[in-house]
Design a protein around this ligand. Sequence first.
Ligand code: SF4
Length: 784
Amino acid sequence: MSFLKPLARNSTHWSHVRSLATASTRPAKDCTRITPPYPKLVANLEKVKRVLDHRPMTLSEKILYSHLTEPEEVKPIRGQTYLKLSPDRVAMQDASAQMAILQFMLAGMPTTAVPSSIHCDHLIVGHKGADQDLVNSIENNKEIFNFLQSAAEKYGMAFWKPGSGIIHQIVLENYAAPGLLMLGTDSHTPNAGGLGAIAIGVGGADAVDAMANIPWELKAPEVIGIKLTGKLNGWTSPKDVILHLAGKLTVRGGTGHIIEYFGPGIDTLSCTGMGTICNMGAEVGATTSLFPFVNSMSSYLHATGRGPVAEAARQHAHFLKADEGAVYDKVIEINLSTLEPHINGPFTPDLATPLSKFADVVKKNGWKDEVKVGLIGSCTNSSYEDMDRVTSLAKQALEKGIKSKAGFFITPGSEQIRATIERDGQTAVLEKVGGVVLANACGPCIGQWTRDDLNDKEENAILTSFNRNFKNRNDGNAKTMNFLTSPELVTAMSLSGKLSFNPLTDPLVDASGEEFMLQPPYGDNLPKDGFIPGNLSYTPPDASQPNPSIEISVDPKSTRLQVLEPFGPGPEGEFTNLEVLLKVKGKCTTDHISAAGPWLKYKGHLENISHNTLNGALNADNDKVNVVSNVFTGEEGAIHEVGRDYQKRGKPWIVVTDHNYGEGSAREHAALQMRYLGCPMILARSFARIHQTNLKKQGVLPLTFADPADWERIHGGDVIESTVGVADLVAGRPGKNDTAEGGEITLVVRRANGEKFEIKALHTMSKDQIEWFKKGSALNAARG
Ligand code: SF4
């Protein structure tokens, strides 16, 4: 089977479906497979209500608990109880889908238990523009795309081929629905919360659970309520809600929580604006973010051909909002009327600066007052509303005879958006002002960006409407300062070319040298003439059927795909003589553990991608990145090389890490690679939720310091001579000091000079997770 070449982007016209007289509506499609099973969910919830003595519930609780596999089995307590859930749907992007499917193949099932979709978006490199970039990327990745397409056909998954769009925008346009519970193998899956779904970013192994009909486990999250009042105005946009909130909560503040929005301000937001807010909730570590069912969701569902979903949701509107009197674990109020536009960064999404203060920050830091490139779009901000509003700014510039001073790139989130803004004229305006339209794919957001505008690794500033801005993320240059802001501000500041520009107070200069002020952006939420789908060949059938006769071939000589071998079982008793390979200092995201960019091409080849393991980690003992001492040879080497050497010597090793280890992307490779290279345990000050679960799924024991100050006492080169408590854990015996949330493990540490001391550590392993650990991985446990 060979992968189809893309059609020319303008080759298909929306000729057989016209917009209805009512603006922004579209004929309904068959919604049978995409409408949540509301009657069943409501019936389940009735059972849970009885268990909870009819106390009022938040919306997050109502949706989650209505998806319990056994609604009467447990009494859910937020922050404590492990829930066993039945998700309704799975979505996977091309980079993470490879490993998810390689794992699903090990399960030996004929089809997926729930509707699942694959989206080819991460492997497309942005460079010259959509048409050329797409052809080049398909050529360079055809082995992967062929593999994914053949797996989709074999197992009956929907396959969204390269050029169709970015996973979260496609999900919002096609699959998200109020009350849905879905899993996505990407950390910005919560985008679907803008349409009232609980959508959670997970690793491939969790997706395999849902696809294989294994109950999916989640500790009942606590709920942060965000009360929105007032109405956005002027230059402020939905993005500013989450930029502001990121500053308040920090990258760890949402961990273990669902962020649930409520209050009268919600009724003033568009559905896609709420999607933007939920999308970036991933940046504060939240399990997901969620809005209740409101009119703008209904309008969006109708506009995207899903009127029957809107009607079914209306009939169950009571289920799709928080109960009167529901109690949140914490409440933050945001007045939209007084909210300022924000700029967050560089290098972390929670470094939030209100626009009015940003010029001072630029000056204080001595940054060059130049915006080198502005990038708009991505899964976070490429709605029709976003594009229409930035176009209103571009038009003002063109009327005054000026163009963007900075490089300016536009990434449409989907073929539907691309085609619709081309028809409605926004694309022509944006191109005229200097914009280059990239493919409907991730591109510069995930390091798939070839820049021609920089001399070698020079310091420079870019502004993006994306969601994430860790160092190196966009272009692989650690000196690129990446700031997150709304598409409107990206556009205004790109027009000025200045990093200190504030469109509320600073004029631009027109072609004749006269100053003028940009007027605040404006635009339609939804296209008056309805959406058009563009190239119809991008849209897979609604109900893809499995075809068992399809062979999924993986070339044993491939450098990009490698069939997986199951991991061996975990320990039968205590661990002994674990080498401390490395102590990590500071931020260690999944980008630091398993970098993206050039490594994306090895996502389906565990051995090859493991060469990047922890290559961004800062060694606390020598202050060097990706350099550790090999205690057996006395030589320094890259972390993966030394880890591999220990493994060959039969010496299991661990790493000691700082706070929020594994924050950022959901990438499970960060867990798989550690296990593959021989690491059975990680000792951290704290973990990011998704990564902690990913480690457990792969048979790695995540432990946290009982006293975080003990991080100072242990170093690379030390040896965990023995553990006390692991034997009880695997034997299912209650250990000393066990609680409902986990238990205590004692580590006996030996220094090179013979000195010994003990460190108390904590685990959060549930009964099922202990089984994964014993069997060597969750998949081993599932296979029995
Ligand atoms: Fe793609 Fe960036 Fe969105 Fe991730 S955050 S799905 S890389 S556009």
